[in-house]
Ligand binder design. Structure first.
Ligand code: SR1
Ligand code: MG
Length: 400
C-alpha cells in the first residue's frame, strides 16, 4: 500500500492474507468489523476452518467523537511497538503482534477470541483468582525492564524519544487531570450528581494535589507504560490474562499503570451494589478487594526482587533508595487510582460498570461514592503506608 486508506472488510482480509502464513493457500476468508472502542477499526479475519487473526487500524480521528476530533494515526506504531516491547518482558500476558504496517497504520495480531473482556466479566459477577498475580507479574516486569534500573542512560533516552506520543498523552492530560475539575464541555455529568460534581470545580486543596499528579505525568519518564490499563484493556479466560490496546503508551510514572488498574478494580467494587443483589454484591466486593491487595503486594514483591537482583546502575543499587522508590510508586498509584474514579464518573469517557446500572437512584449513589473515594485517595495518598491502609479507606469511607 502506497498511501493511507481506511480499510473495509475486503482490505482487512487482503492485509491479513498478505502478512500471515496462517491461512494457507486457497483459504476462504471472511472479515467483520466489531470494534466498540473509542478510537479504532477492529476486524476479525477468519478462514473456513475457524483460524482467525485481528486487524486493527487507526482512523485519522477519534471514532467515538467523529471527524471533528482529528487524531494522529502514529498511535498504531506506538501500540505495536509498546506491545512488542512488553511482550519481550512478559510474553505470557501480552497479546502477540504479528505485523505492523506504518503506511496503513494497521496491526495484525493474534485473535483472543476464546477470551473475554475483563470489564464485562467483572460486571457479570465473575471471579478470577489468577487476575491479580498475573497482572502483578505483567506490571512488575514491563515497568522494571523499561526503567533506569536496568536500561543504559543512553538507550533509555533514545527510547523515551521513540515513544513520545504527544497527542495521545494530551488526551489523558486533559481527560484525567483537567476536565473533571472545571466546567468543561467534554464532561459527561448526570444531572443527579451535578451539584456534587460542581464541588470538584471549587475544591482548591484537591486541585493542588491533582496538579501535582499531572505534573508527574508530564515529567517523570520512569518506564514504558501501557498508558491505558483499565479493565477494557485486559482479556481474560479461566487461566490467563492478556493485555491489549497500548496506543496510549509512553515513558511516564510507574504509578500511573498500577493506579489505573487499581482504580478500575475499585470502580467495579463501588458499582457492585447497583449490579448485583445483596449476597452477590458482598461476595464480589470481597473478591475485588482481595485482588486489589494481591495486585499491590505481589507487584511490589516482584519489583523489589528485580531491583535487588538486576539493577545495573551502581547508585540505584542502594536498598534504602529502592524502598523509598517503591513507597513513592505506591503513593502515586493511590493518587492515579483516585483520578481514575473521578474522571470515569464525570469526564468524557465513562465505564459500563456504572452506566449499565439501570436503577437511576443506585447509579447516582455509586457515582457519588466514586467522587468521594477518588478525593480521599488523592488527598491521603502520601499518608497511606501500605495497601491495607488504602483498602480500609475504601471499606470504611462514609457514604454521602
Ligand atoms: C477519546 S479517548 C477516551 C478514553 O478512551 C481510551 O480508552 C482512554 O481511556 C481515553 O481516556
Ligand atoms: Mg483503548
Amino acid at each position: 500500500m502506497s498511501e493511507y486508506k481506511t480499510f473495509n472488510a475486503d482490505d482487512a482480509m487482503a492485509f491479513a492474507d498478505e502478512h500471515s502464513e496462517l491461512f494457507g493457500d486457497h483459504s476462504k476468508l471472511t472479515a467483520e468489523e466489531f470494534g466498540d472502542g473509542n478510537l479504532n477499526l477492529v476486524f476479525r479475519v477468519e478462514n473456513d476452518k475457524g483460524t482467525s487473526l485481528i486487524v486493527k487500524q487507526a482512523l485519522p480521528y477519534a471514532r467515538c467523537v467523529g471527524e471533528s476530533w482529528p487524531l494522529t494515526t502514529d498511535r498504531a506504531r506506538i501500540e505495536a511497538e509498546v506491545l512488542k516491547m512488553h511482550r519481550r518482558f512478559c510474553p505470557e500476558h501480552t497479546v502477540e503482534v504479528r505485523y505492523f504496517d506504518p503506511v496503513a497504520c494497521a496491526i495484525l495480531m493474534e485473535d483472543l477470541k476464546a477470551f473475554r473482556i475483563l470489564r464485562s466479566e467483572l460486571n457479570a459477577g465473575k471471579k478470577f483468582n489468577h487476575l491479580a498475580p498475573q497482572m502483578a507479574k505483567y506490571l512488575a516486569n514491563t515497568l522494571f525492564y523499561t526503567s533506569d534500573f536496568i536500561m543504559s542512560s543512553e538507550n533509555k533516552k533514545a527510547e523515551v524519544a521513540r515513544f513520545l506520543n504527544p497527542e495521545l498523552c494530551l488526551i489523558t492530560e486533559d481527560l484525567f487531570f483537567t476536565d473533571p475539575y472545571c466546567n468543561h464541555e467534554r464532561n459527561n455529568i448526570e444531572p443527579s450528581i451535578l451539584e456534587k460534581a460542581k464541588t470538584l470545580w471549587h475544591d482548591d486543596a484537591l486541585k493542588a494535589e491533582v496538579a501535582a499528579l499531572k505534573a508527574d505525568f508530564l515529567s517523570k519518564p520512569q518506564a514504558l507504560l501501557h498508558g491505558d490499563l483499565h479493565s477494557g484493556s485486559i482479556f481474560i479466560d479461566s487461566e490467563t490474562c492478556k493485555v491489549i490496546d497500548a496506543e496510549f503508551g509512553f515513558f511516564g510514572p510507574m504509578g500511573f499503570d498500577v493506579g489505573s488498574l487499581l482504580g478500575n478494580l475499585l470502580l467495579n467494587y463501588l458499582a457492585c451494589p447497583g449490579l448485583h443483589d445483596f449476597d452477590d454484591c458482598s461476595e464480589q466486593q470481597s473478591f475485588l478487594l482481595e485482588q486489589a491487595e494481591q495486585l499491590w503486594q505481589q507487584f511490589s514483591e516482584i519489583f523489589a526482587e528485580l531491583m535487588a537482583r538486576e539493577t545495573q546502575d551502581p547508585a540505584l543499587e542502594n536498598s534504602l533508595y529502592q524502598q523509598r522508590f517503591l513507597r513513592q510508586v505506591f503513593s502515586d498509584a493511590a493518587g492515579y487510582a483516585g483520578c481514575e474514579l473521578i474522571r470515569r464518573t464525570v469526564g468524557l469517557a465513562h465505564v459500563a460498570d456504572f452506566d449499565s446500572i439501570s436503577d437511576a437512584g443506585k447509579r447516582a449513589q455509586c457515582q457519588r461514592n466514586a467522587l468521594k473515594l477518588g478525593r480521599e485517595l488523592i488527598m491521603q495518598r502520601n499518608d497511606l503506608n501500605n495497601i491495607s491502609q488504602l483498602l480500609n479507606v475504601v471499606r470504611y469511607q462514609q457514604t454521602d
